[in-house]
Design a protein around this ligand. Structure first.
Ligand code: GUN
Ligand code: FE
Length: 458
């Protein structure tokens, strides 16, 4: 297939490539075979690339192709709680909303409904790779893997481990040995479902330090190492949580030290939040090669704090974005871009312009940054020869028939109003601030179309 028309992608943290007349050739395995710029005609492209003489053409008009988004941290079982957090903060929120909801996902019919709905929804917002927490239940976790596989999303899927007595008796692993056996069972299931890891990757998931004993944390690090799995957990999200970790692990000097002692800080580790870590902790995390998932919507909703993203980027840490549903209220990484920009601007009001995150930087975190957080930077996140076609078609002037008012006016335009005079760069800015899933009219993972709306003509 040849994808014809404008394309936009990040080429550096602060730089987007804006190509008005592009043509990207994708082979039958979903691999990008060529990227042409300043294309005069489709015939020229076919001429130059003989293998594509008969290829289908998918053309974008009034928009552009953009790499699929990468969500480096979210919780599929918390989707039904979206928007429900009231006045709680992390520890009361977990007890009030989260643990009861997750516990109910032991029901497979309920899990099927929730997971099918959530995975479809993230795809509709252009998320082509997603790092999921499931629950402690093996059958429901495996079902989430089945659903990602059949809907065609690239995913990291983790069975959540919770062995400490702080977890509710009704939602807790029976013992450390059963937690390890259940985690291994889920890893093996995912590896059997997708033996070549085309789409699916298991990820070892200690929920966070307070929900696991020191011994469980070390055993899970060994499990990840022996099975060559990724690791994900939460770190230093909220002040009371940090205090609790200090009480639970008095022999450790910091939250980061707890995970480092256990051997959980590896180049395949995704740490969500990292709001209250010190410069010394950042140093250890960077030394170990572990990665950061920045979850600004969640950090604001649960009033956890403002993450020092500028400092992390300056120091060369690897950072991506996470929706953290349902601490976060949206399954959309485009929304998370806005939130990352917003939080940085609140920081700037007290601390100077230097900390502001630009639109270009937010889009980098949403694509290349997220890819690097998951260790997939050679495969996805940009449009380069040899990378995979994980992409979305963004169309700005979509008309939503049901929203055409009786008296006309805005004519039911979805998401973004464009007037024709904008440059491609301005269109991207408008999309970031006022776009939504109506503008993502088609989504591909590895060259396979996994979502399309009625506006997609291709
Ligand atoms: N810390 C431990 N569990 C969770 C969770 O489910 N969500 C968030 N945001 N933080 C956590
Ligand atoms: Fe989370």
């Amino acid at each position: 297939t040849i994808y014809l028309g404008a394309f936009v992608h990040s080429v550096a943290l602060k730089e987007l490539e804006l190509q008005e007349k592009g043509a990207i050739g994708v082979d039958d395995n979903g691999v990008i075979a060529f990227v042409e710029r300043d294309v005069q005609s489709i015939e020229d492209v076919r001429e130059k690339h003989a293998a594509f003489k008969e290829a289908d053409v998918v053309e974008v008009k009034d928009g552009f192709f953009f790499p699929g988004f990468i969500d480096t941290h979210t919780h599929a079982p918390q989707h039904p709680n979206t928007g429900l957090f009231g006045q709680t903060t992390l520890l009361s929120w977990l007890q009030t909303y989260t643990f009861p909801m997750e516990s109910s996902l032991s029901s497979l019919p309920l899990a099927r409904t929730v997971y099918t709905n959530f995975v479809s929804r993230t795809l509709s917002h252009g998320t082509t790779t997603c790092a999921y927490y499931a629950t402690i239940h093996v059958p429901a976790t495996n079902l989430l893997a089945d659903i990602c596989h059949s809907l065609g999303q690239r995913a990291l899927i983790g069975r959540v481990c919770m062995t400490s007595s702080l977890s509710p008796p009704t939602y807790r692993d029976a013992s450390e040995s059963s937690a390890l056996a259940d985690s291994l069972a889920s890893i093996q299931y995912i590896r059997t479902l997708d033996p070549s890891a085309i789409l699916l990757h298991p990820i070892v998931t200690p929920r966070f330090a307070p929900s696991c004993t020191a011994s469980t944390l070390s055993s899970l690090a060994s499990l990840a190492s022996s099975t060559h799995s990724h690791i994900q957990t939460h770190i230093s999200e909220n002040v009371s949580e940090v205090e609790l970790v200090r009480e639970l692990f008095p022999e450790c000097t910091s939250y980061t030290h707890v995970y480092d002692t256990a051997g959980l800080l590896t180049p395949r580790t995704i740490l969500a939040h990292a709001v209250h870590i010190s410069p010394a902790e950042r140093h250890i995390i960077r030394e170990r090669g572990a990665k950061i998932s920045h979850c600004p919507a969640s950090n604001t909703a649960l009033t956890s704090g403002c993450c020092a993203v500028r400092e992390m980027l300056d120091e060369g840490m690897t950072v991506g974005l996470g929706t953290d549903v349902s601490g976060g209220f949206s399954p959309s990484i485009l929304e998370e871009c806005r939130q990352a920009i917003w939080v940085s601007r609140f920081r700037a009001m007290g601390g100077g312009d230097r900390v502001k995150i630009s639109t270009e930087e937010a889009l980098y975190l949403a694509t290349r940054g997220g890819a690097a957080v998951c260790g997939f930077e050679e495969q996805v996140g940009g449009f380069e020869v040899g990378m995979l076609w994980d992409a979305q078609m963004v169309v700005l002037d979509v008309v939503d028939e049901e929203r055409v008012g009786e008296r006309g006016g805005f004519e039911g335009k979805g998401g973004v109003d464009v007037f024709g005079w904008e440059t491609l760069g301005e269109r991207v800015q408008k999309w970031v601030y006022s776009g939504d899933d109506r503008n993502t009219v088609a989504v591909w993972v590895r060259g396979r179309c996994v979502h399309r709306t009625g506006r997609f003509k291709g």
